[in-house]
Design a protein around this ligand. Structure first.
Ligand code: SF4
Length: 409
């Protein structure tokens, strides 16, 4: 056991899945309304090194098997650290929690989900403070660029409610940075293999037009990560030759895809859901799914709890999409990708979307309005199945159904 902790740690514990039968407690996840994780780079005076604070009840105060709110705030300082590093430091919460024996972390940002198993509790892991201490220990051991760190764990739901709006603003500001940068403006893309512990053939290709599947790492974040931790899970991908500008096939991406997927895949299209689509891990924020009846696409996000128009829930679909595979007609994706003009451009782009959850339609209203399809896309409030979908699309004259969308050549 490292340094007196009640849990061992190391990469060997990544991929450890905690099922209901062995669950001691969970934080965040689909049953909990408020949860988030946020890393902030601060000045040295603002960070009290190795301080671990818990605001709210601790493990002993909760009921075994229950689901509870949690916020994890990681504040760091370092002479070479800047704001660009925040998303990368934040994403390490995923890696380091999974390094911890008996703990499991999924998803990101305001969707995060942690589980602790019963064996871990039996070994004496009795306080959330210990999780903070482990994270602090791993951060400083693995990232020498961090000179001081303080971690705050919040389980008080009222306090989380108060802090969450700021976190959401930070996530939005990060996403907006890449909106004006295009793939053709850069020579280097970035790759991330952090999720290979769960999805061994998965490589996230991160480009200005393609945020990572988890939605937590954009091109700027990738660049920063490769700089601060060159041996880490995020690395540069020289673009190489542009083989197909419409489908988004690059020789450099194909080469790395082959190397990192153990030669399972050697081609990837960044702008299409067909033939050689991007692989999907399990952390994706949303799924783009093909609807044969309409020959169009729907998008469903992780937070959407009901059945989609094809009668499947997000979780059901996620099972068929994840694992690091290329699945034609299915794309695990970060939601911000909807804003890119290259989003499935080879297949017709946003104009080929024929169903959306209402919340997503509203969130990306501007982009759908710009394409003239905002009023043509039904949500769960308009249609319940594919028969109703077809009726709706024909009635409103959805441009894809009306044959008005030309695929780029
Ligand atoms: S989803 Fe992709 S980018 Fe995000 S952590 Fe996993 S491998 Fe990395």
């Amino acid at each position: 056991m490292a340094d007196g902790f009640h849990a061992d740690m190391g990469p060997q514990y990544e991929g450890e899945v905690i099922r209901k039968e062995n669950l001691y407690i969970e934080f965040g996840g689909p049953k909990v309304a408020r949860k988030f994780e946020l890393a902030t780079v601060k000045s040295p005076e603002e960070v009290e090194n190795e301080r671990i604070e818990l605001i709210g009840p601790d493990l002993k105060d909760f009921t075994e098997g229950g689901s509870y709110p949690l916020a994890i705030l990681v504040d760091v300082a370092g002479s070479e650290l800047d704001k660009d590093a925040e998303a990368i430091i934040e994403r390490r919460i995923h890696m380091f929690t999974n390094y911890t024996e008996g703990w499991y972390h999924m998803n990101q940002r305001q969707d995060m989900w942690l589980r602790m198993n019963q064996d871990c509790h039996k070994k004496g892991f009795e306080s959330l403070r210990e999780l903070g201490e482990i994270l602090s220990f791993l951060y400083t051991s693995e990232l020498s660029i961090i000179e001081s760190i303080q971690i705050t764990l919040v389980t008080d739901d009222k306090k989380i409610e108060e802090l969450l709006p700021h976190a959401l603003e930070v996530y939005t500001a990060r996403d907006e940075r890449t909106r004006t940068l295009r793939d053709e403006d850069v020579d280097t893309f970035y790759g991330c293999v952090l999720c290979q512990s769960f999805a061994p053939t998965h490589l996230s290709v991160i480009t200005p037009d393609r945020i990572a599947n988890c939605g937590a790492i954009n091109w700027f974040d990738g660049r920063s990560a490769a700089k601060i931790d060159p041996e880490g899970p995020i690395f540069a991908i020289p673009k190489g030759d542009l083989i197909d500008p419409i489908k988004g096939e690059y020789s450099g991406v194909n080469k790395i895809e082959s190397e990192r997927s153990m030669a399972t895949y050697d081609r990837v299209y960044l702008y299409s859901a067909f033939e050689h689509p991007h692989t999907s891990c399990g952390c994706f924020e949303a799924i783009v799914f093909y609807i044969p009846e309409a020959d169009g696409f729907g998008v469903v996000n992780r937070d959407f709890k009901g059945e989609t128009v094809i009668g499947e829930t997000f979780s059901h679909m996620a099972g068929d999409t994840s694992g690091g595979r290329q699945v034609e007609g299915r794309l695990g994706t970060g939601l911000e990708q909807l804003m890119s003009p290259k989003f499935i451009q080879a297949d017709g782009g946003r104009k080929r979307i024929v169903w959306l959850p209402k919340e997503i339609k509203e969130r990306y209203k501007e982009a759908f309005e710009a394409d003239g399809v905002y009023d043509k896309i039904p949500t769960e409030e308009d249609v319940k199945n594919t028969d109703e979908l077809m009726e709706f699309l024909e009635k409103v004259g959805h441009p894809w159904i009306a044959g008005e969308v030309e695929l780029p050549e």
